[in-house]
Design a protein around this ligand. Structure first.
Ligand code: MSP
Length: 471
């Protein structure tokens, strides 16, 4: 097994404040990072903010704030959010960092054999920051289904990136899983998009948009926001100034399903053009919905993640997001579901279990065995396949199993009847199962796992207050 691993997250646009959906990339990548650290690997973990493009430029103008000031303000809110979520990133990048911009220009130069100037006549969606084909525009009746906004007609001179130079190679990488796409059914979707993909426009005239990285050698153009954004994954490691081979290729890149297409087509084309290896896995997660609907400010169903965090704490938030929001499918966030999971599962299944076992152990002076068992194979397999919500279910079934065993073996009766040896055997077995479960929980709910391990380290000290007080 390689000892160094690199994990990345999509960098959000800073045209607003973080919403609950943004937590998905961070939580999943954080589980992955913590799991690999637990396996003893050295992890680099990138996070950052995407600060160029039309969308941001227009929003700043609308608010009448200088663009740099606007992105500074919002980038800080994303950084706060990431900290609040307990994300264990090691590298943070802002695409307005001068270092990143300089490195993007060098990347452009290195790709110049695959770049040509031509006229673009077609459609653009500012919401997606994407050039849209005639066919797609017609199929959607001229309106972007994700943003409910009419596509904009563009007629301009742009630089193009010759995707056709790389199609065969990318296709092979997807088909052979050299660049594994998860979930599996998205593979076909990406292969079809790749086959239909024209060369992509990778610049905008400055006359239309000034907010971007200047194209080297042509001061009338700025880079298309996606080119500069995708490059972040390697510029943050120092490319091309530094040798990045200790960490690149990435083990896993986490992105939402809505932006997988950029990562499965333009991104590998850039990497192949630069002579770099492709990422090992692209993990595309589903969307967080509110009552089955996409969250949107206009519908008024956006859930503020800070409200959840303030009300119930970090591990309750991570618990819900990582277990009840499916890793790959779209899932609903509702306050009812959240509160039910909190009270029935976190407070009852786990919190009560810890309290009961610790109190019994302390009262009867039984110390926990500190032997660490190997992680179960089934857990390892699920984690290695990025099936995090299923791995979490697996651990939870163990937690519920311990609860059942307590009820069956009734250690309190053994204590009452003075059966010291049986009691000790029963309790050490239960405590060992619980600490095994806590280790498996540590990538998901790290501070709770740490508390449980501390309670049962040698002399057992029951917590003064329940881990998850009922609400
Ligand atoms: N800036 C680009 C990403 C560039 S990566 C080189 C972007 N930004 S975004 O702010 O729109 O989205 C950032 C991440 O949040 C994406 O992975 C996206 O899929 C995810 N999500 C945004 N809304 C979401 C939900 N409602 N649910 C789950 N994830 C969602 O795209």
């Amino acid at each position: 097994m390689k000892d160094n691993v690199y994990i990345t997250t999509a960098i959000p646009y800073v045209n607003g404040v973080p919403h609950i959906g943004h937590a998905m990339d961070y939580c999943l990548a954080d589980v992955c990072a913590r799991y690999h650290k637990m396996l003893g690997q050295s992890v680099r973990f990138q996070a950052g903010t995407d600060e160029h493009g039309n969308k941001i430029y227009l929003k700043a103008k609308e608010k009448n704030i200088p663009v740099q000031e606007y992105v500074d303000e919002n980038a800080a809110k994303f950084q706060d959010f990431i900290h609040t979520l307990g994300v264990s990133y090691t590298d943070f990048i802002r695409t307005t960092d001068p270092e990143h911009e300089k490195r993007c220009q060098e990347i452009w130069r290195k790709l110049s054999a695959h770049i040509y100037l031509a006229k673009y006549e077609g459609w653009y969606c500012t919401g997606c920051e994407r050039f849209v084909t005639e066919k797609e525009c017609t199929e959607n009746h001229g309106i972007c289904p994700d943003h409910q906004k009419a596509y904009e007609r563009l007629e301009e001179e742009n630089y193009y990136f010759r995707i056709s130079d790389f199609k065969e190679r990318i296709c092979k990488a997807i088909e052979t899983d050299e660049m594994l796409i998860l979930p599996d059914f998205r593979k076909k979707e990406m292969l079809k998009l790749l086959e239909e993909s024209p060369d992509v426009s990778i610049s905008r005239p400055k006359a239309q948009l000034t907010w971007g990285v200047p194209v080297p050698g042509d001061d009338t153009q700025v880079m298309y926001v996606w080119l500069d954004a995708l490059a972040n994954y390697i510029t943050v490691l120092g490319y091309p100034d530094k040798d990045i081979s200790d960490y690149w290729p990435a083990l896993a890149q986490f992105v939402g399903k809505d932006i997988l297409r950029f990562h499965a087509i333009i991104w590998p084309a850039m990497l192949i053009g630069l002579g770099l290896p492709l990422p090992k896995t692209l993990v595309s997660h589903g969307m967080v919905l509110a009552n089955g609907q996409k969250m949107s400010k206009s519908i008024g169903n956006v859930v503020d993640p800070m409200e959840v965090l303030e009300k119930h704490g970090l591990d309750a938030f991570r618990y819900f997001f990582l277990r009840h929001i499916d890793t790959f499918a779209d899932s609903d966030f509702t306050w009812d579901k959240f509160e039910e999971a909190y009270n029935n599962e976190l407070a009852n299944d786990l919190g009560n279990l810890v309290q009961r076992l610790a109190t019994l152990a302390a009262k009867n002076h039984i110390t926990a065995d500190e032997k660490k068992n190997d992680l179960p194979l089934e857990y390892r397999e699920l984690m290695d396949k990025y099936e995090f919500s299923k791995a979490f279910d697996f651990v939870w079934a163990r937690v519920q199993g311990i609860n059942r065993k307590i009820d069956e073996e009734k250690p309190w009766s053994l204590a009452k009847d003075g059966k010291k040896t049986e009691l000790e055997e029963c309790m050490t077995g239960l405590m060992s199962e619980l600490t095994d479960a806590a280790r498996m929980l540590s990538p998901f709910i790290p501070s709770t796992a740490e508390k449980i391990l501390a309670i049962f380290a040698g002399e057992v000290v029951p917590p003064e207050t329940p881990l998850f007080p009922k609400q």
